[in-house]
Design a protein around this ligand. Structure first.
Ligand code: GDP
Ligand code: IMO
Ligand code: MG
Length: 426
């Protein structure tokens, strides 16, 4: 009953889409369990580039794509994404969606944007997709769920209840116009008919599949350090992208998960605000950004770039009980004479080998680097570990040692076939 979870081990955009795609047709179900269209997962298949925001990467192979209860869904984005894929000849007819998943309503997007503006220099740097406000409503018990779209009376009541407080806030605090509940409800109801056939008891489907020894792959979005409980709070997203989130976000018990694959970039990137000790604000950072094409898939923002931070990935590997690490974008590091790797922090003169306890210390952390030898050879055509230059091999082995988890796969380019596998992921 293989239940496999793929998680981001840094601050997102590690290449989770590509890593998920590696398991390809051996997977029976690919499940998104958290986040929404704040995610942007890029896959390059047969020379064609696909950017997925809401649909699981399994939409591009033969597995059943699943959007589980832990996801928040912007229905307009969902149908746009489906239509876009259909126009490119991708079959999306097997997609199933949980009746308990929450809906991102138009007012969530408005509130996301005005809140960020109001916060000024304390802003989070959200994607502006309404993610935080939709999850807030869920926790506040004011959310709209997929199933509510099939009971018009209930839907209208719930939208009204949800907007009552928000309109006071919008008008009196943010000086904006009130949002009309009838209009919102009409808009949501307009999607009901198309959505209806996709809705299923996802929890039962997945548990039955696991009972039958099917392979269920849970595709994490965001990352451990963006997790609302475990990340660099408050500079986080509003959900639980960690491996445990696959259980709450889909309704499968922890004993069903027997593999957790942490995806880590061979360096580090981050979008939005928040602490990032190894960030490079100089020409080296610009070089990583240019070489790695580090511009957001979702918002097009420049990604902040820096060296590999072993403390960050070690913390993820530990808290998620990672069985494997998939190291991506190693090809981007080609050409550096020395490659710094952060092995500890100096926090106000005290050395620490693990992440500091408090946010204040994290903000004050100065990286302690070890300088590994670089390589100049093009590694994008390598398909086995032995083919990699000796210094590249040594870089991988040192990261493995620092992170305390075996590296089972290495990305050497964006395409599906550009990988070096050391251990099977299944
Ligand atoms: P995700 O959000 O974790 O799925 O990652 P993104 O798709 O946002 O960002 C990763 C980017 O790196 C995408 O453009 C991928 O096509 C690309 N990518 C993934 N793995 C590799 C790799 O090994 N080498 C290179 N050069 N690019 C990669
Ligand atoms: P994938 O799945 C990188 C970041 C945002 C912001 C913070 C909160 O592609 O790795 P939100 O809109 O979620 O309330 O924003 O989280 N963020 C991501 N950064 N990759 C992502 O997804 C992200 N999803 C959210 O930039 O800092
Ligand atoms: Mg991404």
């Amino acid at each position: 009953m293989p239940g496999i979870v793929v998680i981001g081990a840094q601050w997102g955009d590690e290449g989770k889409g590509k890593a998920t795609d590696q398991l390809g047709d051996r997977v029976d179900y690919t499940v998104r369990y958290s986040g929404g269209n704040n995610a942007g997962h890029t896959l390059v298949v047969n020379g064609e580039k696909y950017a997925l925001h809401l649909l699981p990467s399994g939409i591009l192979n033969d597995s059943v794509p699943v959007i589980a209860n832990g996801v928040v869904i912007d229905l307009e984005v969902l149908f746009e994404e489906i239509d876009g894929l259909n126009a490119r000849g991708v079959d999306t007819s097997k997609l199933i969606i949980s009746a308990n998943a929450h809906i991102i309503a138009p007012y969530h997007k408005v509130i996301d944007k005005v809140t960020e503006r109001f916060l000024g220099n304390r802003r989070i740097g959200t994607t502006g997709r309404g993610i935080g406000p939709a999850y807030s409503d869920k926790i506040n018990r004011l959310g709209i769920r997929v199933q509510d779209l099939f009971d018009e009376k209930i839907l209208r009541q719930k939208v009204e209840a949800s907007l009552e407080q928000k309109n006071h806030l919008l008008v009196k605090v943010y000086n904006r116009r009130a949002i009309d509940a009838t209009q919102v409800a009409d808009e949501l109801l307009g999607h009901a008919e198309r959505l209806r056939p996709m809705v299923a008891d996802v929890t039962r489907v997945l548990n039955t599949a696991l009972d039958a020894d099917k392979v269920v792959l849970f595709e994490g979005a965001q990352a451990h350090h963006l997790d609302v409980d475990h990340g660099t709070y408050p500079y986080v997203t509003s959900s639980n992208p960690i491996a445990g989130g696959a259980c709450t976000g889909s309704g499968v018990g922890p004993t069903r998960i027997n593999r957790v694959i942490g995806i880590a970039k061979a360096y580090t990137t981050r979008v939005g605000e928040g602490p990032f000790p190894t960030e490079l604000l100089d020409a080296d950072g610009d070089k990583l950004r240019t070489d790695g094409a580090e511009f957001g898939t979702t918002t097009g923002r420049n990604r902040r770039c820096g060296w590999f931070d072993a403390l960050v990935v070690e913390a993820s590997a530990t808290a998620n009980a990672c069985t494997d690490i998939f190291l991506t974008k190693l090809d981007i590091l080609t050409g550096w004479e020395k490659i710094p790797v952060c092995v500890a922090y100096d926090v106000n003169g005290v050395r620490t080998d693990t992440l500091p306890l408090t946010q204040t210390e994290f903000h004050h952390a100065v990286p302690v680097y070890e300088y590994l030898d670089g390589w100049t050879e093009d590694i994008s055509g390598c398909r086995s570990f032995e083919e990699l230059p000796a210094n590249t091999q040594a870089y991988v082995r040192r990261l493995e040692e620092l992170v305390g988890c075996r590296i089972s796969g290495i990305g050497v380019g964006p395409s599906r076939e550009q990988v070096v596998m050391l251990h099977d992921l299944l």
